[in-house]
Design a protein. Structure first.
Length: 415
């Protein structure tokens, strides 16, 4: 706990400097961070190899191994991401509204940093640079706590970000890492109310649930994606195939990947053999209801838990439904509120799906894989918020700010 208190005190102090820094100063520091990452690519890869070796010894699944892996191309993408964030508008100090009240006071609503942000995440090292840079650009200090699977990668990345900050006027403690990956330390971080202004978990269902149940610090819930694609009776079937294969197979280990496929009964017999063949090229296991099984060669019976599971693997739940209303009802019951999609050529059905499905992102004729900060034009993201308070959907710079009211008077007093 003493170590966390030290990190908290340092972050609080750094956050005061951060809040006053200009956009130009922050952008220059981000550019230096990008350069330093590329200059030390070999060091990053060496540290990452230690994590990969440990993952192999522990029998980590292939899809999760991919989340942990760093390559020269991925390091380049991380460095480019820092430059993308530097090129985004500074969200701090923006006056959202300004007006005069009856007392002739001028009232302005201005964006300000949240303060100190804690982020708990799992095995993706790129989150370290994405989250660190987004918090930095939005004027916040950040305390990062990654998973033990990526500890060597995370340590070198934070060391390099701090090395870059050491060459500027910014305190290196604006970005810090909790190097102790024990559960006890994680629980203590979740209760660090004196220093943390908000806590953001980013990872699987178990991590999110643990944080929501344990934290006394305010939490922004992110991440769990039990995402659905519904193939409507009017869908262009080849379009549906392309969308489903992309949503399920391009990166099955991420939260915007497809987990459940719903198919209208009028096209099921024609479509199921086609989509099975397309998915078989990726060795996707299909867990299907009885009606879908009748048209599949390799499907296995789905259980109740399959409808509510975020597989993060080459596994897909498949269900035949009688109508659009049935599809919406299924999504309403099992969705985590992340990303949902319909494939249809019927305008009215697309609009009904859009209106009635309650999720952070709702797609008509597009893959759920687009739910991403880069794809939405925010640069890197801190996560996908699946709650409705403060932020929802991809969280970019604006979502890492709060508001302050500034009131200008001329001696007015209230009657």
């Amino acid at each position: 706990m003493e170590m966390l208190i030290q990190l908290g005190e340092q972050a609080k102090k750094a956050s005061r400097y951060q809040a006053q820094a200009s956009g130009k100063e922050k952008n220059e520091a981000l550019k230096i961070m990008s350069t330093v990452l590329l200059e030390h690519s070999a060091d990053i890869l060496a540290a990452n190899q230690l994590d990969l070796d440990q993952a192999k010894e522990n029998g980590v699944p292939e899809t999760m191994f991919d989340r942990l892996l760093l390559t020269p191309e991925r390091i380049q993408a991380m460095a480019d991401g820092l430059l993308d964030i530097a090129n985004l508008p500074d969200p701090i100090g923006v006056a959202h509204d300004m007006w005069k009240n009856e007392a002739n006071l001028t009232i302005a609503k201005q964006s300000v940093p949240l303060g100190v942000i804690g982020i708990i995440y799992e095995s993706r090292p790129n989150v370290t640079t994405d989250a660190g840079a987004l918090c930095f650009k939005s004027g916040n200090a950040v305390i990062l706590r990654g998973g033990k699977e990526a500890i060597h990668s995370n340590k070198i990345l934070v060391q390099l970000l701090q090395k870059a900050l050491s060459s500027t006027n910014f305190p290196p403690t604006a970005i810090q890492l909790v190097e102790d990956t024990s559960r006890e330390t994680a629980r203590n971080l979740m209760r660090l109310n004196r220093y943390l202004d908000v806590l953001i978990p980013r990872g699987g269902a178990r991590l999110i649930q643990t944080v929501m149940e344990t934290a006394t610090v305010p939490v922004i819930e992110t991440g769990v994606g039990n995402c659905h694609v519904y193939v409507d009776s009017s869908a262009q079937l080849q379009m549906a195939v392309d969308i489903i294969v992309n949503a399920k197979c391009s990166r099955p280990s991420v939260c915007n990947a497809l987990e459940t496929l719903l198919i209208h009964e009028s096209v099921a017999k024609e479509f199921l053999p086609v989509i099975e063949k397309a998915l078989d090229a990726y060795n996707v296991e299909l867990r299907a209801d009885s009606r879908a099984l009748a048209s599949l060669k390799k499907g296995i019976p789905a259980t109740e838990s399959d409808w509510e599971t975020e597989f993060l693997d080459f596994i897909l739940a498949v269900k035949v439904v009688d109508s659009l209303d049935d599809a919406i009802a299924h999504i309403d019951r099992y969705s985590t509120g992340h990303s949902e999609a319909i494939v249809t050529d019927n305008y009215s059905n697309g609009q009904k799906f859009h209106r009635e499905v309650d999720a952070a992102a709702v797609y008509i004729n597009a893959s759920t894989r687009f739910t991403d900060g880069f794809e939405f034009g925010y640069g890197a993201e801190i996560g996908i918020s699946t709650q409705k308070v403060h932020a929802r959907g991809p969280m970019g710079l604006a979502e890492l700010t709060s508001s302050k009211y500034i009131i200008f008077g001329e001696g007015q007093i209230r009657e």
